[in-house]
Unconditional design. Structure first.
Length: 320
């Protein structure tokens, strides 16, 4: 780790207090001149650093840039060594994660970006990813999992995201089957899970878990303004949210299919008990969403009384 990163780590760990140049120099065994140059370089990178004579340096309370150093401040000790990359701009964190997974990147590797130019969602859609306002994160996971169980990854991660939001912001998000997080009837987060499997055994070789969370996003394209929303937390940084997501998600790799997680998923559903519409075999259906089964399928009842189970696809909720 270079001096600039070491100083950033100190500033992130001591956000509530000023650190003098001499104290930083003593802690890191560098000269005050070297410290000053690194502080200057951090400011050029966009970090807002307050500097007061006779007090020292401190990250401004409004500073909310993503960094590996900032994330590690809040990580559980079990995950302090997971590889974390932060890109200023990238086409897609999932695309980059797939490249790295193919080259042997280890379990738990995290790819983040301040901005995506080609962010991806389900069913070939794009995910709006403006600079500096969201969390665009992909994780490389290598769980002991059969492809038939992969739906549990999405449902479990949806629960984890809701738990983190509830804990950090006291807001109560809900889950739209199967992979969207909603707040006040607006989508604030999407989950994209992609798996590579062994053809003969059907076992998952690795998973790419993509999470796109609108944290401070305010200006959406016209086509998204009525359906997309943002978390807008108070006094919580994106680094802190990222770390808590990792703390919740990484332990899940031991058992994505725990029955407790399905109960939690169902308790947060904004679909169950509502009328929905969906397409199947080029035909439009209306149905009442009644339950979610152990495999993550959505059990619905058509107006005719016929029951169906949806295992994939897109649904629309009739809110009124």
């Amino acid at each position: 780790m270079g001096l600039k990163q070491e100083i950033l780590k100190l500033l992130e760990e001591n956000r509530e207090q000023y650190l003098s140049g001499q104290e930083i120099a003593n802690r890191l065994s560098f000269s005050r001149t070297a410290v000053w140059k690194s502080i200057k370089a951090l400011k050029e990178d966009g970090y807002e650093i307050d500097a007061i004579s006779n007090k020292g340096y401190r990250l401004d309370t409004t500073c909310d840039l993503l960094s590996a150093e900032g994330i590690r401040c809040y990580l559980s000790s079990d995950y302090h060594n997971v590889p974390i990359e932060v890109h200023q701009q990238i086409d897609s964190t999932n695309t980059e994660a797939k490249k790295q997974a193919m080259n042997g990147a280890p379990h738990g590797t995290v790819i983040l970006a301040e901005e995506q130019t080609a962010g991806r969602g389900r069913l070939g859609r794009t995910f709006y990813s403006p600079k500096g306002t969201g969390i665009y994160m992909s994780m490389i996971l290598r769980p002991n999992l059969h492809l038939s169980q992969s739906i549990h990854v999405t449902t479990s991660v949806a629960v984890a995201i809701c738990q983190v939001i509830e804990r950090l912001t006291n807001q109560k998000p809900q889950i739209k089957w199967v992979n969207d997080i909603y707040l006040n009837q607006q989508k604030i987060c999407g989950i994209l899970t992609e798996a590579v499997t062994d053809f003969e055994s059907g076992n998952v070789e690795y998973l790419i878990l993509g999470i796109g969370l609108n944290v401070h996003t305010k200006h959406f394209p016209v086509e998204l303004q009525s359906i997309a929303g943002s978390l807008n937390p108070e006094a919580v940084t994106r680094n802190e949210i990222c770390a808590h997501l990792l703390n919740e998600i990484l332990p899940l790799c031991e058992d994505f299919s725990h029955p407790f997680l399905l109960d939690e998923y169902k308790s947060r559903s904004n679909v169950l008990g509502k009328w929905i519409t969906f397409m199947q075999n080029q035909q439009r259906y209306e149905a009442l969403a009644e339950d979610i089964d152990a495999q993550g399928g959505l059990k619905v009842r058509l107006k005719s009384g016929e029951q169906m189970t949806l295992n994939s696809g897109e649904i629309s909720i009739q809110w009124i």
